[in-house]
Design a protein around this ligand. Structure first.
Ligand SMILES: [Cu+2]
Length: 161
């Protein structure tokens, strides 16, 4: 075989190697997103999902304090302190939650759906993103009477069409 032949074979090999899909439980194609919580931030702090996609949010509390995740719009205050969102992203979605060292609440008393984790805790929240949620939302932690939020424990949650 001449050198063009070898170059051709090498080219095919590269195409195959680069074209491999990622594993079944990783990468954006399957909608699994890992979010680490510490004092006082979410990592990553910008999350993008697509309408119609099944999303698995894997939360990990790597900090020394309890942290929680809420997703919504328009911060609501209680006694002058940020306490949650007026519009809850999860309203009507009934997300499935599993994990360790977690506490979860749905609507009523609290300002929307939330999952709180003790240090070292982990939880997976699974839900399908409805088309009516397209747009920009916020993720936030309102632990310690809103102090975490005030310290900057928030981020963007963007739903694309
Ligand atoms: Cu927090």
């Amino acid at each position: 075989m001449n050198r063009w032949g070898w170059a051709f074979i090498a080219g095919i090999f590269l195409l195959v190697a680069c074209g491999q899909p990622q594993g079944p439980s990783s990468g954006p194609s399957t909608g699994e997103i890992r979010i680490t919580m510490t004092e006082y931030k979410f990592q990553p702090d910008t999350i993008r999902v697509k309408a119609g996609q099944e999303v698995r949010l894997v939360l990990v509390n790597s900090g020394k304090k309890d942290h929680e995740l809420m997703i919504g719009r328009t911060v609501m205050e209680m006694e002058g302190k940020p306490a949650g969102y007026q519009e809850d992203f999860f309203a009507g979605l009934h997300p499935q939650v599993s994990g360790e060292k977690i506490e979860q609440e749905e609507e009523e008393a609290h300002a929307g759906f939330m999952v709180a984790l003790e240090p070292g805790g982990t939880a997976t929240i699974v839900f399908t993103v409805p088309a009516d949620r397209v747009g920009e939302w916020e993720i936030g932690c309102f632990e310690e009477d809103g102090v975490h939020y005030q310290e900057g424990m928030k981020g963007k949650f963007i739903v694309e069409r």
